[in-house]
Design a binder for this molecule. Structure first.
Ligand SMILES: [Fe+2]
Length: 270
C-alpha cells in the first residue's frame, strides 16, 4: 500500500490506551469521565502518547519536507488580539504589547495521507472531543488553510501571553524544542463576567503564582479552555524546533477564518 492510499486513523491513535472507538462501552464512558474531570479541574485534558510514535515521526518528517510551504509571521498584539486601548497606560493589559513569531504550514499544504489529516477526518476523534467538552456535537472547520495547521517554532520564536478567542483548543505535540518553548498557562484567570485586569496585569508583570508550566511530550493530544486561561509559549532556542498542530473544531458548521486573520497567520486568504 502506498502512502497516498492509506486511509483511516486506526494506525495513528493508540486505541488500546485511549478507546475513543468504544465510547459507549463502560471502559469508554470511564475514560471520557476522567478526561472531563481533568478539564474541569485543571482547565486542560492532556493525553500523552495519544498519537503513536510512528505517526509522530512522520509528522516531524513532513514538517521538514514542507518547510518551503511554511509562512513566517512575526507580530505584536495585545493579550486580547484587539486594537490597543489608547486611553489607558501603556502597561495596562488592554494596551501592553506581546510578541509572537512562528512558522505555519496551512491545511491545504498537508497531504491527505498525513497522520494528522487522517486523525482530523475521523468522526471518532471529533465525537470524543465533543464528549469531553460536554457538547452535543462538533463540526470540523471548512477553512482551507486553518482547519489543521502545523506550527514550527525555531530559535527565538514564541507565542506571547494571550487569551484565545475560541472557547477551546485542540493541539497535538510532535517535537519539543532543544530548549525553551514551554507552554505556560493560568487556568480560569478571567471569566465571561470578570475580566480580572488586576490578575492579568500581575502575570504580565512576571508574577508566576498561579501559572502552570504544562509538561508535554511528543504524541500528546491536549484539549484546553484557552478563552479563560491566559497562556503563552516561551521563546525557543537551539537547533531543534518545537513542532505541533492545532486542530480546529466548532459548534457551528461552515467555520472559516476572516480574511484579515487568514492573511496574518498564513500570508494569503486562500
Ligand atoms: Fe492560544
Amino acid at each position: 500500500m502506498t502512502q497516498s492510499t492509506v486511509i483511516g486513523y486506526r494506525d495513528v491513535v493508540d486505541l488500546d490506551r485511549y478507546p475513543i472507538d468504544q465510547l459507549d462501552s463502560e471502559q469508554g464512558r470511564d475514560f471520557v469521565a476522567s478526561c472531563r474531570e481533568a478539564l474541569l479541574r485543571d482547565g486542560v485534558c492532556q493525553l500523552p502518547g495519544f498519537v503513536v510514535p510512528d505517526a509522530v515521526d512522520r509528522m516531524v518528517e513532513l514538517a521538514a519536507e514542507l518547510g518551503d510551504a511554511a509562512h513566517r509571521s512575526d507580530s505584536t498584539h495585545t493579550v486580547y488580539f484587539e486594537p490597543v486601548d489608547e486611553s489607558v497606560p501603556a502597561e495596562h493589559p488592554t494596551a501592553a504589547q506581546q510578541h509572537s513569531a512562528k512558522q505555519t504550514i496551512a491545511y491545504d499544504r498537508i497531504p491527505e495521507s498525513a497522520p494528522i489529516r487522517r486523525l482530523y477526518a475521523a468522526d471518532e476523534v471529533k465525537d470524543f472531543i465533543a464528549a469531553v467538552l460536554g457538547k452535543p456535537r462538533l463540526y470540523r472547520s471548512d477553512d482551507p488553510l486553518d482547519a489543521v495547521m502545523i506550527a514550527v517554532f525555531r530559535e527565538g520564536d514564541e507565542l506571547g501571553w494571550h487569551f484565545d478567542r475560541s472557547e477551546f483548543s485542540v493541539t497535538v505535540m510532535y517535537q519539543d524544542a532543544e530548549e525553551g518553548g514551554h507552554f505556560d498557562y493560568y487556568p480560569g484567570l478571567r471569566s465571561d463576567d470578570d475580566s480580572n485586569y488586576a490578575g492579568v496585569q500581575q502575570v504580565l508583570d512576571g508574577d508566576s503564582a498561579g501559572v502552570i508550566r504544562l509538561p508535554s511530550s511528543p504524541g500528546t493530544l491536549a484539549i484546553f479552555h484557552g478563552r479563560h486561561a491566559m497562556h503563552r509559549v516561551t521563546p525557543t532556542s537551539g537547533s531543534t524546533p518545537r513542532i505541533n498542530s492545532v486542530l480546529t473544531y466548532g459548534e457551528d458548521s461552515g467555520m472559516r477564518l476572516n480574511e484579515l486573520t487568514a492573511d496574518l497567520f498564513y500570508g494569503r486568504t486562500q
